[in-house]
Ligand binder design. Structure first.
Ligand code: CAA
Length: 267
């Protein structure tokens, strides 16, 4: 895998892949280059990790302490035409869809600002861990813009449409306590180091479970998010049936009956 990017850091340790957006001087703002590099990285990772040989969990974070991602790169947007802006939005949205389509859980580890595009990237991960300094928000209307990397859609689904509208129309900051209260954030940590350690511990424990079953749960839950319940139940029933053909299902149920720990292979 190509792991050599100008605006991203990528490393894998103990089956956990970490992507760090690395533009700390611009508070890790999402330029076209960041999105292009992220797109290449996620596509290659998705292709090569089909058998979980690279990683079974992922962390997305921002370099240094001040920001996770302070949004789309405002300076880069000042000269964009309408067509270029639409292409930029579609590229950012494609990256959010790629995170959602990875076969492993992705935790956004948010330190400092997660504004605009930063909040949007975090929301496309499976869930969000944050430090006490984390600040969320969709401040685009303050710039004469609207959210463009999925914020008009995902924030409503996460916190309810009316609360999402209130946050988006005001462009106000959402502190970490409120973010936890409204379900945007799952766990809060004192420091960035503790948060990364917490996410690593979480993912390591999760790896005792079947990676295939986690992938299927993720796929069905994400797909069902866009469907009416009866259609979502149909997707669930099909996946529930299909997983009975897997080695992991046979191993997990046999291990229970034989009173031993299962050894899952992701097959
Ligand atoms: N784009 C480009 N550069 C940014 C940036 C952004 N989103 N956010 C911060 N920076 C840059 C600043 O311009 C500054 O660079 P210089 O030193 O070269 O001037 C550097 O990062 C440090 O930022 P500040 O000096 O502003 O730091 P601060 O502590 O005073 O303020 C902040 C921090 C409140 C996060 C402030 O930087 C800020 O308001 N940033 C913009 C947040 C925002 O509006 N995000 C939404 C962007 S639009 C979007 O995301 C659209 C979409 O959905 C697709």
């Amino acid at each position: 895998m190509n792991t050599n990017y100008e605006t991203l850091l990528f490393e894998v340790e103990n089956n956990i892949a970490t992507i760090t957006v690395n533009r700390p001087k611009a508070l890790n703002a999402l330029s076209e280059q960041v999105h292009s590099e992220l797109n290449s990285l996620l596509r290659e990772f998705k292709e090569e990790n089909k058998d979980f040989s690279i990683a079974k969990g992922m962390i997305l974070t921002g370099a240094e302490d001040k920001a996770f991602i302070a949004g789309a790169d405002i300076k880069g947007m000042t000269t964009m035409t309408a067509d270029q802006a639409e292409t930029f939005a579609r590229l950012g949205q494609d990256n959010t869809l790629l995170f959602e389509s990875l076969n492993i859980p992705v935790i956004a580890c948010v330190n400092g600002y997660a504004l605009g595009g930063g909040c949007e990237m975090a929301m496309s991960c499976d869930f969000i861990f944050a430090t006490k300094t984390a600040v969320f928000g969709q401040p685009e209307v303050k710039l004469g813009l609207i959210p463009g990397f999925g914020g008009t859609q995902r924030l409503s689904k996460l916190v309810g449409r009316n609360r999402a509208k209130e946050i988006t129309y005001s462009g106000r900051n959402v502190g970490v306590e409120e973010a936890k209260e409204i379900g945007l954030v799952v766990s809060v940590f004192e420091t960035k180091e503790e948060m990364i350690e917490g996410a690593t511990t979480y993912l390591s424990k999760m790896m005792r479970n079947s990676p295939l079953a986690i992938h299927e749960a993720k796929r069905v839950m994400n797909e069902g998010n866009d469907l009416v319940v009866s259609e979502g139940l149909n997707v669930e029933a099909k996946a529930f049936g299909a997983i009975f053909n897997s080695q992991d299902m046979k191993e997990g149920t046999a291990a229970f009956v034989e009173k031993r720990k299962p050894v899952f292979t992701g097959k």
